[in-house]
Write a protein that binds this ligand. Structure first.
Ligand SMILES: [Zn+2]
Length: 219
């Protein structure tokens, strides 16, 4: 399950995206518009392009890929619904299928901060069984991204490219192993240039394909 963060229509519909939706952990905003570079390259376009590249690679490797949105000009889905899309895909795939979910993002961090990081779920009492496999997934994705892209660990968040968060509905509600990858910092000039470069996005897709394959091969 590939989850390209945000959507191209979110910015035109704040009434839908900012609305509070009920979740098991309280009322949360549906989503947000995501980050953008100084030059105007938006996170939703980055995640959509990366998802297309990664989906092609995964399909060629024999995976069945499900995307959480069908275009880059729609609105939503809300983050909690993105988790549900993955859960339904797992139910359809049936027992014995190896199902994994990856949310694709690029961060809006401090302008001085560079590098990538992977966000892993923590125990919140809803889906604790996926915490441990998600940790292994996160490590596999981090290791491949570091080795294959040359991008450093984030300088401004996390420890060695990893952080655990319990405030994200997309992680709190997943019933399949899932992590977020923040592929770089759109607010940093050096990272922004890389993230806006198609060849770099292809390299990122190849690294993520290897990370997912490494995890699935050991599951
Ligand atoms: Zn994002």
């Amino acid at each position: 399950v590939l989850d390209p963060g945000h959507d191209g229509g979110n910015g035109r519909h704040p009434e839908l995206i900012n609305r509070l939706v009920d979740t098991p952990l309280g009322r949360r905003p549906c989503d947000n518009v995501g980050a953008v570079t100084d030059a105007g390259y938006p996170e939703h376009a980055f995640t959509w392009d990366l998802a297309q590249r990664l989906a092609r690679l995964l399909t060629a490797a024999g995976a069945h890929v499900v995307l959480t949105r069908a275009s880059d000009d729609g609105v939503g889905p809300c983050t909690v619904d993105r988790a549900e899309i993955g859960n339904r895909a797992a139910a359809r795939a049936g027992a014995g299928a190896r199902v994994v979910a990856l949310s694709l993002h690029a961060d809006g961090g401090p302008t001085s901060g560079v590098g990538f990081h992977v966000i892993e779920p923590g125990p919140v009492g809803l889906n604790d069984a996926i915490v441990e496999p998600s940790r292994r997934l996160g490590t596999a994705v981090r290791d491949a991204f570091l080795a294959d892209t040359g991008e450093p660990y984030a300088s401004y968040v996390g420890v060695q490219g990893l952080i655990t968060r319990t405030d994200l509905g997309g992680l709190n509600l997943t019933t399949v192993p899932k992590v977020f990858v923040e592929c770089g910092n759109l607010r940093n000039a050096q990272d922004a240039a890389r993230l806006a470069d198609p060849a770099s996005r292809q390299g990122a897709a190849q690294a993520l394909e290897r990370g997912l394959s490494d995890y699935l091969a050991n599951t």
